[in-house]
Structures are given as C-alpha cells and as structure tokens.
Design a protein around this ligand. Sequence first.
Ligand code: ADP
Ligand code: TRP
Length: 315
Amino acid sequence: MARKRLLTGLQPSGQLHIGNYFGAIAPFLERYEEFESFLMIADYHALTTLQEKDELNTNIFEIAVDYLACGLDPTKVVMFRQSDVQEHTELAWIFECLVTVPFLMKAHAYKDKVAKGLEANAGLFNYPMLMAADILLYDAELVPVGEDQRQHIEYTREAAHKFNSVYGNVFTPPQEITLEKVGVVPGTDGQKMSKSYGNTIPLFGTRGEIQKAVMSIVTDSKSTFPEHVHAIHKLYKDEGKLKLLYEQNRENYKALKEALIEDIDTHSTPLREKRQAVASNKTDVLEILNEGAQKARELAAKKMAIVRDKIGITL
Ligand code: ADP
Ligand code: TRP
C-alpha cells in the first residue's frame, strides 16, 4: 500500500524562533520519515507581507539551511519552493472561484489585519486558498502545523469539499497534526511568540542573544510564579526535573531564568554548529531545492491535468 503523504510549509519571512521550532519544525521532524513527506518553502505566501527583494531572496535560502541544520535528511523528503511549481497559483485561482467572499473574510490572517485598522492586500485575503492548493495538489492527508494554523486546514477541507461537490471527487480532505503539549509558545512579553511582535528567542541565537531575550521575559511582580519563564522551560526539561528546579528556587526569578538560558543554549549549540556547516555549502543546498522542485513539478502536473479536465478547460 502506498504510504500516506505528509506536507507542511513555512514562510521565509525572517529568522526562526523557538516557537517555530517547537510548534512546527519539531512535530514535522518527529513524524516525516514514517510518510512520503514534502516540505515547502512558502515564498508566495511571504510575498503578502514581505516586499523587499533582497530580504526575501536571502530568507528563502536561509530557511532551507535552517531545516537542514535542524536535522532534516534531504533524501527522505521532497524539499521545494512553492514558486518553483506554477500549479500552486493556478489551483489557488480555481479554489478562489469556488469559495465566497464572506467565507474568506472570516480567515484569521485577514480578520486580524483589518481589526488592527490596517489595509490588507488581496493576496492576504486569498491566502487560505493558496494554502489549500499547496496541500491538495499533492493529495497530502496529514499536515503538521502550529495551533494558529488550524483554521487554514479547515479552509483547505472546505475547498476540497466544494471542488468535489461541484466537479466530482478529486481531492482528499486533509487532517492537521498539532502537538497538544506545545500549544502556543509565549514570547518574552507573554503574547504569542512571533517574528512580527519582536518578542522572540531566536532558534540559532548566540548565548548572548539567548541571554538577552530570556532576561527580558516579563514576570508579574504581584505573582509568585514566573508563568512565561515556566511555559518556555517546559519545552526543554522533563516535568520531574522542572518541578524540582522550581521547588529549589522558589521566587528566585533570576536563578530560574539563568537555568533556562543554560538549557536553551545546550539545545541550540549543536544546531548553531550544524547550521554553519550547512550554510557554507551553498551549492548543495541549491541542488536539494532543484531536485525537490523537479519531483514536486511532476506530481503537480499530473494532478492539474485531472483538475483541468474536470473543470472543462481541456479541449
Ligand atoms: P510567526 O508568527 O513568527 O511569523 P509563522 O506564522 O511564520 O510564525 O509560523 C510558522 C510556523 O510556526 C507555523 O506552523 C506556526 O503555527 C508555528 N508557530 C509560530 N509561532 C508559534 C508559537 N509562538 N508557538 C507555537 N507555534 C508557533
Ligand atoms: N501558512 C503557513 C504559515 O504561515 C505556511 C504554509 C503555507 C503552510 N502553505 C502551507 C503550512 C501548507 C502547511 C501546509 O505558517
């Protein structure tokens, strides 16, 4: 029997942080070898918010390096760039013609932007249908994502249902995989850790950068428990050891933060070293992306031939 397909995507929109790692990268690395896996660099998604040519260009390469540095085995996954496979934008358009404007207006990325009084571009509005195309083009049944992406997988299922009910069965609705124990990793200010909030602990940060970030984690002076420090530390230490540490250092926030710095640094040091080695081999990284693009193109072309036929544009 053919193995199930698993696919995830990450936007090349800036330096990775530990929230990305525990929310998206680690769950992917934990499971990808069991399946036929795809890892996509969502550069067209990044274009909805990043319109700096050089920055986007650098980020695309950097995120490929990041994944390889985290231990991804490129022989066991198809790693590719979204923009290398034209069928993604083509299929997104077809889905956009099937779903309604009020439906897309309820999508978080768009709603949040409007709620902040900002003007959203049409790309951001259509974002969930490009994501649906990313997943459905490869018949991926499993999609590891962080908690905040759950709604987009619901939108993907809806796009699949809409298409199937109008044109006949072509797409399999996918299922998200989220790690309950991780949930949403808090940033140094207690909000969700996010590149766009400037509250991150960088995944490949130097000890100095880690130290600076951890020392700035907010603690409530009225409370006797440093909630956010603990929530982050939970990702690095098992429950028993963490409990002991907190008992031994009750209300000593400085000591608790120092212990956290130590644990993050121990985890990050080998990642940093591996990253340096990978980044120094630029041609290898480009080769991996080229191979990935070829494989992805083959599969996408086959699926799109079926779709084109179904919608009635094949003469
Ligand atoms: P950011 O908010 O930093 O821009 P992205 O939106 O690019 O992050 O998210 C990339 C992946 O990392 C997604 O799968 C997302 O769910 C996950 N992720 C991002 N921030 C967190 C967080 N604070 N906790 C858990 N997962 C996260
Ligand atoms: N929207 C996702 C994010 O911001 C990235 C993404 C794009 C993705 N296409 C995808 C994730 C397909 C999973 C599957 O994190």
